[in-house]
Design a protein around this ligand. Structure first.
Ligand code: FES
Length: 276
């Protein structure tokens, strides 16, 4: 059992932070790795990349958006409640290397995944420019954390309610026009990563993205998380979750992510009725 020691609601209650006791995972986890959580014995298995780890306290922190029944069940857990299972650390850690100037771009809850990677890229000696975005000011998360993790932070909102008005891709284009960048790391909604990778390809800048396909076992056995990268089939859980952004078949990934949308919607609606 894995106890929740801290719970926060962010982005008007649509995004939840849980700090969870998991000392063995906290000790071993590296930036970019993920865990699979189950709230109950028969609950849905949900993969989430860790936003923070604290090996001294023996805790890991996950941040997730409530999008269906599985995450709604998580949302209803309070401090002192437990997750039945937390499995990890899973996936390959981020490759960390001093390359020079790096831009870390995050959208929505992707900012939570990006945070430990940004901090680690700074710690190995890179100059790190961070660009984060959300639909509006109220939905922006971890601004202070990203400020501390980077040398320079740019904030964008789609509606202009905070920071620069517009998408993170526009802010990134300005940076690429004015600076010599060696690496871009982009994490967020699939369309954001797709368009951002198209942009960095124009400027011939290496780009890493972190993918979030449907997963089941998380250990390379079920094939549920398969993605096409450079024309080859890869399993995001063991070959990723990070891949060369210029090689990913984003359209296929979006189609596969939509496969169970109707069933998920129905499950969520039933759960909301039952738990009302
Ligand atoms: S989740 Fe089953 S192979 Fe990756």
């Amino acid at each position: 059992m894995f106890k929740i020691v801290k719970r926060e609601e962010m982005a008007e209650g649509t995004v939840i932070l849980n700090e969870i006791e998991a000392p063995l995972i906290a000790e071993k986890a590296k930036p970019g790795q993920f865990v699979i959580l189950k709230a109950t014995e028969t609950g849905e298995r949900i993969p989430l990349t860790m936003a923070m780890t604290d090996p001294v306290k023996g805790t890991i922190t996950i941040i997730y958006m409530v999008v269906g029944k599985g995450t709604a069940v998580f949302r209803d857990l309070v401090v002192g409640d437990t997750y039945q299972d937390v499995i990890g650390p899973l996936g390959k850690p981020t490759h960390l290397e001093k390359v020079g100037k790096v831009v870390c771009v995050g959208g929505g809850t992707g900012i939570a995944v990006l945070h430990p990677i940004t901090r680690a890229l700074k710690e190995v000696g890179n100059h790190v420019i961070a660009i984060i975005g959300a639909r509006s000011k109220d939905l922006l998360i971890l601004e202070d954390h990203m400020q501390a993790a980077s040398h320079e932070l740019h904030v964008c909102t789609d509606d202009g309610s905070y920071g620069r008005k517009g998408f993170v891709t526009e802010a990134l284009r300005d940076v690429l026009e004015n600076e010599k960048i060696q690496l871009v790391v982009a994490i967020g909604p699939v369309p954001m990563m797709k368009f951002l990778s198209q942009l960095t390809k124009e400027y011939n800048v290496k780009t890493i993205v972190s993918l979030n396909p449907i997963m089941v076992d998380g250990t390379g056995m079920c094939g549920g998380c398969r993605v096409t990268v450079g024309g080859l089939t890869k399993f995001a859980c063991v070959d990723g979750p990070e891949f060369d952004g210029h090689q990913v078949d984003y359209d296929e990934l979006m189609l596969r992510l939509q496969a169970y949308c109707e069933d998920e919607k129905k499950c969520y609606e039933d759960y909301c009725v039952l738990s009302a």
